[in-house]
Structure formats: structure tokens, C-alpha cells
Ligand binder design. Structure first.
Ligand code: ZN
Length: 147
């Protein structure tokens, strides 16, 4: 499958059947972000481990275009159960690729395919929405902890 076809396939698949979609009853923190360019809304909820080092659970909700939903689905799928350190690194790499500062090869699987959205510059904000939200959410948690 060519890279373009794979990109479309993955967006469609995650949009049709989003992973970790809904409300997280046990959430320890939550954030809502809006992309006015497209009208996307996303709420990301996480449950961190007591030491704040692991993303024990994560879910998202909201409404938006297929790219914003697929991107949130791919993100939550990848970081669930992951360490906070690796999660932040993945977010940095994804943002780096989307902003043209890194090559897509630093990423793997569905996340790498998702970077195909760079062909449509107006949609980059849709793809980044959930990622920016999660980064801010984790940073807020860290601030609260050290305050
Ligand atoms: Zn959008």
C-alpha cells in the first residue's frame, strides 16, 4: 500500500471506530481544547499513576472532523499504559514532524501514517489538537505537583 493510501485508510478506520472514546470516570485531570479554524472540540481525560509517572488510563470526547477524531484515537491508543516521559517525547516528535523539523521516520505505525496530513497544511491544527491538549494537561499536573 502506498503511503497516501495507508494514510487515508488509517484516518477512516480510526474515525469509524475511535479507540478510548468516551468519558473516563476515574480521571485525575481533564482539559478541553478548541480549534476555531475547523470547529473541532476535544476533551482529553487522564488518570495518572499516584507517582505521576505513568498514564494509567486516557480517554477523549468531543466533536470534530475525521482528522481530529482519528488523531485523538491514535494518540490515546499509543500512550495508554505508557510512561509520562515517553508520552511527552512522542508528543514532541509528532509536533516536530508536523512542523517540518523532524522526519516522519522517527515515528512508527499509525502515528507515522498520520503525519501524511502534512500534505494538507490547513488540517495540521486538526491533527495536533489532542496532542497539544495532552501536553498541556501533563504540564499542568507537573506544576501542581511541584507547587
Ligand atoms: Zn478539523
Amino acid at each position: 500500500m502506498g503511503h497516501d493510501a495507508l494514510y487515508k485508510e488509517i484516518i477512516l478506520e480510526h474515525h469509524k471506530d475511535p479507540r478510548n472514546h468516551g468519558l473516563l470516570e476515574s480521571a485525575t485531570a481533564s482539559i478541553t481544547k478548541h480549534n476555531p479554524l475547523c470547529g473541532d472540540n476535544v476533551t482529553v481525560q487522564i488518570k495518572l499513576s499516584p507517582d505521576n509517572k505513568t498514564v494509567d488510563d486516557i480517554m477523549f470526547s468531543g466533536s470534530g472532523c475525521s482528522i481530529s477524531v482519528a488523531s485523538a484515537s491514535i494518540l490515546t491508543d499509543d500512550v495508554k499504559g505508557q510512561s509520562v516521559e515517553k508520552t511527552l517525547k512522542l508528543i514532541e516528535q509528532f509536533r516536530g514532524v508536523m512542523q517540518g523539523n523532524e522526519k516522519p521516520e522517527v515515528l512508527e505505525g499509525d502515528v507515522e501514517a498520520l503525519t501524511g496530513v502534512r500534505q494538507f497544511p490547513v488540517r495540521i491544527k486538526c491533527a495536533l489538537l489532542a496532542w497539544t491538549a495532552l501536553k498541556e494537561l501533563i504540564e499542568n499536573q507537573n506544576k501542581e505537583k511541584s507547587a
